[in-house]
Design a protein around this ligand. Sequence first.
Ligand code: HXC
Ligand code: NAP
Length: 276
Amino acid sequence: MFQADLLAGKRILVTGGGTGLGLSMGRRFRELGAELVICGRRTEVLEEAARELGGAETHGCDIRDAGAVEAMLDAIWEGGPLDGLVNNAAGNFIARTETLSPRAVDAVLGIVLHGTAYVTLGCGRRWLEAGRKATVMSIVTTYAWTGSAYVVPSAMAKAGVLAMTRSLAVEWGGRGVRLNAIAPGPFPTPGAWERLVPKPEMADMIEKRNPLARAGEHIELANLASYLMSDFSGYMNGEVVTIDGGEWLKGAGEFNFIGDMMSDEDWEAMRKGGKG
Ligand code: HXC
Ligand code: NAP
């Protein structure tokens, strides 16, 4: 759907780019001409991904460690400044919230909220000092604004990342740094599904409980991400784009659920003033 050189000349860091959605976005960025940099904690996973992608700069880095993030960004900048950052790395699991230990809360907030802030501020500082144009895109979720039971630290952290996006869009937009976000619905990945699908038979429900009755395809997300990382989205700043087949809206509307419970006869009876 895009020109082959859409992202040519752009050096883009995807955090958590060795697996899942980060890997799928990186693959598409490479196809569209970008120079790709990926980071994560497991260097062997990153190296395997770089081989599969046919080339990517890799950095083993735990983004919870602000010093390690600074060292990584210095090393990246030695090879040339970044033009884009995708905040994709995350940690999550389902649990009854009252059972969470402080370490469990910190494990998720540390990656999603603190780690994302360290990487974004480190890149932003470098871009602003150099007067360089750049763009940031963060992967959040729709429960950043609806909230969700059983993933409370993740919901708190993603809400924070969305607030960071909207705040910095104003603070940095006039100096050439745009920030946007994507809120995906269900896009099955091993990393998410092994932690978030409690029983195998619930996977189908999680994937199809949206008006389109299917999970998202990685290429659909990767194309949206490519647009947001490209200059064609140059007037978008501080926006969050939902790509969930209408999932969260289906859950939100007062009467949306009745469509699944009403037969043709029920509707006909309602039209005639009966009770069905
Ligand atoms: C309760 C848990 C737990 C669980 C870990 N903990 N898993 N508590 N239920 N299922 C607790 C541990 O007991 C420990 O506390 C603390 O959390 C830290 O655990 P560690 O294993 O030491 O943490 P660490 O090795 O740092 O791993 C971080 C992690 C892990 C978040 C726990 O899952 C991870 O590495 N995740 C990265 C990838 C990932 O999560 N991908 C999915 C993203 S999907 P104590 O007190 O016992 O020491 C996503 C999708 C959103 O975000 C929307 C979907 C539609
Ligand atoms: P995933 O494959 O588990 O991706 C998470 C990535 O983050 C991994 O590559 C992981 O690598 C990296 N990571 C975790 N902790 C890190 C740390 N401390 N430092 C550096 N990297 C770290 O899961 P995914 O499904 O692709 O999720 C990707 C993004 O999409 C996340 O932001 C998630 O919240 C979001 N999302 C996913 C879905 C979905 O349906 N899949 C829906 C909505 C939002 P290491 O373990 O090697 O560090």
